[in-house]
Design a protein around this ligand. Structure first.
Ligand code: ADP
Ligand code: MG
Length: 260
């Protein structure tokens, strides 16, 4: 069965101010979608609302996944259901190694599925971690470092992708995973996503820039402006943006340019 994340008429307020004004978007397992748009239009707000951040209040609308309305679930319940969010600004946890963090996360999920579960056996975990790190071309000692503590921008993003690989979610939301990366790091992250993409994973790549889309090829591209998706299309839409910027869309929104 193919699962789909269905966002329907989502309105979200931050500190009492409406930021998202009716977002509709469906992402199926196996599909790669890109969400683009100028800064401050609500892209991160959508990501946080989907994950259930308490500062982002859903005032209207639903988000369906596997027959449940995510809006009614706690963040950890959403995660266990198979939703993953890679943060734009990952937090550091000094004292907790990346490996330990991943094992704890995997065990939390196993325990949720079966309360009797004793946790993933260490040899099995080591094997899994090695497999995923090899897939992402990461040096193995990376797993021994404290989570995000003193990581470069590129290392933080790679750590997020490793979490994605280890948790094997069905829908992954990557918020500006490309920001602050030099071209080599960008390529590594993009190749990681491509290596993980497949019939079981749906991806929403949120990005301000077109450049990551040279490496990750989305089948669908959506543009958000002022809290709504104002345009959807294929990869050609991202190319059009690269050439034209967002101004033509603003003008279209304001009715200054005739349709067609
Ligand atoms: P984008 O990711 O598209 O750049 P954001 O979702 O971060 O946009 O922001 C959308 C709007 O919501 C902005 O006007 C921003 O100032 C506001 N906003 C987002 N998060 C917060 C927050 N935690 N507190 C106050 N305002 C916020
Ligand atoms: Mg953002």
């Amino acid at each position: 069965m193919t699962n789909a994340l269905e966002i329907r008429n989502l309105h979200v307020a931050v500190e009492g101010k409406e930021i998202l004004k009716g977002v509709n978007l469906t992402i199926k397992q196996g599909e790669i979608h890109a969400l683009m748009g100028p800064n401050g239009t609500g892209k991160s707000t959508l990501a946080y609302a989907l994950m259930g951040h308490p500062g982002y209040e859903v005032t209207e609308g639903e988000v369906f996944f596997k027959g449940q309305n995510l809006v009614e679930l706690a963040p950890d319940e959403r995660s266990r259901l198979g939703i993953f969010l890679a943060f734009q600004y990952p937090v550091a946890i000094p004292g907790v190694s990346l490996a330990n963090f991943l094992r704890t996360a995997i065990n939390a999920r196993r325990k949720a599925e079966n309360p009797e579960d004793k946790g993933i056996p260490i040899p099995e975990f080591r094997k899994l971690l090695k497999e995923k790190m090899d897939l992402l071309e990461m040096p193995h000692q990376f797993a021994g470092r404290y989570l995000n503590d003193g990581f470069s921008g590129g290392e933080k993003k790679r750590a997020e992708i490793l979490q994605l690989a280890a948790l094997e979610p069905e829908i992954a939301i990557l918020d500006e995973t490309d920001s602050g990366l030099d071209i080599d790091a960008l390529r590594i992250v993009a190749e990681g996503v491509n290596a993980l993409a497949g019939p079981k994973l749906g991806v929403l790549v949120i990005t301000h820039y077109q450049r990551i889309l040279r490496y990750i090829k989305p089948r669908f591209v959506h543009i958000m402006m002022d809290g709504r998706i104002v345009e959807s299309g294929g990869p050609e839409l991202a190319e059009h943006l690269e050439e034209q910027g967002y101004d033509w869309l603003r003008e279209k929104q304001n009715g200054l340019v005739p349709e067609g």
